[in-house]
Design a protein around this ligand. Structure first.
Ligand code: ADP
Ligand code: ZN
Length: 742
């Protein structure tokens, strides 16, 4: 199947719609693709979720030859390849999870010209057997481009240096004529320069997109005494009616376990994820999250790298993030699909003390200093009354003009009040205490504390003792931090946090200037009273349809053992719920509906929509036009090369005589997944005794149904057999039928 040859596309936009179903290019996608098509070397810097993959995937389809994609994340390869195959595009990967036989089979497919995109791990690239193979590919089908994903891995200045990436300069040496496209989400200039140098790019075009993730809403709420109750309320608020998926980050494994089990007890579908769990459990929990079997994953920062779930609707940091950069990346795992998503930090001073304690444990003074500085930055971020986006982007050296209108500070700006008198009291107390104490001590003096230490130091004798009773300790803290932010006061950073006066303090004390401070939201209003629901823009009726479409998507995904977002994105479903398309023409107008998806899913989805409209007294369109069908509606037959280690693990246990249910229990995966594995194995020609799994009479009924309605849709087959037959047995019989009739 050579996809490029069969399609006439008048423009790049046409090709975008045809292959990927998208209406428009994002960011610099179009100029980047044009450069790649002109054989230029290109370096692409785009934030996570920006749509980097498309920059090499679309050109790969428009040119003869194969595009080699070098990607370090083995877990992601499978994902990307599945997504491409679901769009009817010839793609495959080679990495260490495959057996020798699988590799050989895939190499054969590649040399026969069926494949447009080949994903390879960097460590494989320069093995002698692979270089031989690559030469063969270059001489037969031809190589159109090398795409280097996560290109920051070549740089020691990046956060994720990988020595095997250093070898990549050889690509230019061996294939000087073949263009390279390097892609990364890492922003710093140093890393950018390193990429061009290390890869020996020839006069590259460099495209840097803004790091602003407009669709993300940022907020910080103050952790109170009932932090867990606050978390629960936040989850409910963010999940909205559609029960969107979310990640909850905690600092320690212990905390992860504790919160996950509390949430489970409270009826949330939540699973834990951290490095202390066995890799089987981690993989299974991750898969169940990706496939929408559960909505919540409670995790340490071990979770996230290499996870490409585009429809994460919120990320909550239940504990303090380590620093601003990691916060940007972790929060950035929300809303990769460009739909609205929320990022919340639950900020507590208790956590700050824990982190400070941990910093104090570090032995290297340099490390200690950096950690302290990073902590201060994140505290400033959480405490600041100015636009959160402005602070984040400023950290990456990008200027942003506030307001963004999509963060708590912009939508609910803190009221500003004149606190000059309080500031004078506070600063003179610092002065009376001889600039030798920290914030809490000063507040104790102001509020007239009878603490032993105050009395010992005779600070109850000071003229400022007890002059601040009218304000709470929290209010004094808020003032003190505002004074530091606004440069009316200094705090030493040597680990003792002693308050010192500066020139500006004197101006305040001499009444030369007044002090205005933003009044923190928690003091003027209750937590979490604002915010719109993620699904608020849909009307009630649209939401009802949306939830039917979601169940249909989940069912179709389960039938194929793929994550729901592979079938359609949230954005596509939302548009369907709003526009209610019922004909091939209107359905193909939905963003995300390309040629292949129109054929594969058009009929099923429009049927549900039409029925919904009929039941709810909405306008229906008669189903006169038929949906296009081609051979492509037939699910691609699994070849041996599509069998991966997870299928083989299932097969091994099955061969040991375990029932499918036992295999599911042992592997901690769903029975339907095990069933899906077995169906794939049958299709690929592995020996499985079907009679032990499905009674012969039932097989006959299912086969009769297949003869009548074809094999394309499990749903159609089941409609024919009746509801006493389930998808799992139908899938097994269909697989067997396919294996026999090929
Ligand atoms: P990145 O690699 O930059 O993190 P991806 O390539 O994974 O991002 O793309 C993120 C999401 O955006 C995917 O779900 C993809 O389908 C979608 N996407 C990419 N380009 C477009 C576009 N032009 N229009 C709509 N959606 C797009
Ligand atoms: Zn803002």
């Amino acid at each position: 199947m050579s996809t490029s040859a069969t399609v006439q596309t008048s423009s790049l936009e046409g090709a975008l719609k045809h292959f990927f179903g998208h209406e428009q290019f994002r960011f610099d996608q179009k100029p980047i693709i044009e450069q790649v098509l002109k054989n230029r070397d290109v370096s692409v810097i785009m934030p996570t979720g920006g749509g980097k993959s498309l920059c090499y995937q679309l050109p790969a389809l428009l040119r003869p030859g194969i595009t080699i994609v070098i990607s370090p994340l083995i877990a992601l390869m499978q994902d990307q390849v599945t997504a491409l195959q679901d769009n009817g595009i010839g793609a495959t990967f080679l990495n260490s999870t495959l057996s020798f036989e699988q590799v050989t089979a895939r190499q054969k497919d590649i040399l026969s010209g069926e494949i447009k995109l080949l994903y390879v791990a960097p460590e494989r690239l320069f093995t002698s057997s692979f270089t031989d193979f690559l030469n063969k590919v270059s001489q037969t089908v031809g190589i159109s481009t090398f795409a280097i994903d996560e290109a920051h891995c070549v740089s020691e200045w990046g956060h994720d240096f990988r020595p095997e990436y250093r070898q990549l300069f050889q690509l230019k040496q061996c294939y000087p004529q073949i263009p390279i496209i390097a892609l990364t989400a890492t922003a710093t200039a140093r890393v950018r320069n390193d990429i061009a140098q290390q890869l020996r790019l020839t006069d590259p075009e460099i495209y840097v997109s803004s790091f602003n993730r407009q669709n993300l809403y940022y907020e910080v709420i103050q952790k109170g005494k009932k932090a867990y109750a606050q978390l629960k309320a936040k989850i409910q608020e963010h999940q909205g009616k559609n029960k969107g998926a979310g990640i909850i980050y905690c600092l320690s494994r212990k905390h992860v376990n504790e919160i996950a089990s509390k949430l489970q007890q409270d009826g949330f579908l939540a699973l834990p994820y951290h490095a202390g769990l066995s890799s089987e459990i981690r993989e299974s929990n991750q898969n169940r999250f990706i496939r929408d079997d559960v909505q919540l994953i409670v995790a340490t920062i071990a979770f996230g790298m290499g996870i490409n779930k585009p429809d994460v609707r919120f990320v909550i940091h239940y504990d303090l993030p380590r620093n601003l950069e990691s916060y940007y990346q972790e929060a950035g795992r929300a809303g990769r699909d460009g739909e609205a998503a929320k990022c919340t930090i639950l900020f507590g001073w208790g956590d700050v003390h824990t982190v400070k304690y941990l910093i104090g444990q570090k032995t290297d003074p340099n490390e200690q200093r950096i950690a302290q500085q990073q902590l201060n930055q994140i505290i400033q971020y959480t405490e600041s009354p100015i636009c959160r986006r402005k602070i984040q982007l400023g950290y990456f050296g990008e200027h942003f003009e506030a307001p963004c209108n999509n963060c708590d500070n912009c939508l609910n700006p803190s009221p500003i009040e004149d606190w000059t008198i309080e500031a004078q009291k506070f600063l003179s107390c610092v002065y009376r205490c001889e600039q030798r104490f920290g914030m809490n001590h000063i507040i104790d003096v102001l509020r007239g504390s009878r603490r032993k230490r105050i009395l010992e130091l005779q600070h109850d004798q000071l003229s400022t003792y007890g002059i601040g009773q009218e304000r709470t300790a929290d209010e004094w803290r808020m003032l003190c931090r505002a004074l530091i932010h606004q440069d009316y006061l200094e705090e030493t950073t040597d680990g003792y946090s002693v308050l010192k006066l500066n020139n500006n303090s004197n101006k305040v004390l001499k009444k030369l200037i007044s002090v205005e401070i933003p009044i923190a939201q928690r003091i003027v209003k209750p937590i979490g009273s604002e915010k719109r629901d993620a699904s608020a823009e849909l009307t009630e009726i649209e939401n009802a349809l949306m939830s039917q479409l979601r169940s249909l998507r989940k069912q179709l995904a389960d039938e194929q053992s793929v994550p729901p977002y592979i079938v359609f994105s949230d954005a596509s479903l939302r548009q369907m719920a709003q526009d209610r398309p019922q004909t091939p023409e209107t359905f193909s107008g939905i963003s995300g509906v390309g040629n292949r998806k129109l054929i594969q899913y058009g009929e099923t989805f429009t049927q549900v929509i039409r029925q919904f409209c009929a039941e709810n007294g909405l306008e229906t369109t008669p189903s006169e036009q038929t949906f296009p069908t081609t051979d492509a509606t037939k699910p691609p037959l699994t070849s041996k090369s599509e069998i991966t280690s997870t299928h083989l693990t299932t097969y091994e246990l099955y061969q040991q005589g375990m029932s499918l249910a036992d295999v599911a229990l042992r592997r901690n995966i769903r029975l339907s997944t095990v069933n899906g594995h077995i169906a794939k194995l049958i299709e690929a020609g592995y020996e499985v005794d079907l009679n032990k799994l499905v009674a012969v009479e039932r097989q006959q009924v299912i086969q009769a149904a297949i003869l009548k309605v074809g094999i394309a849709s499990l749903r159609n087959i089941r409609e024919e057999t009746g509801e006493t037959y389930d998808y799992q047995e139908i899938a097994l019989v269909r697989a067997n039928w396919e294996a026999k009739h090929q």
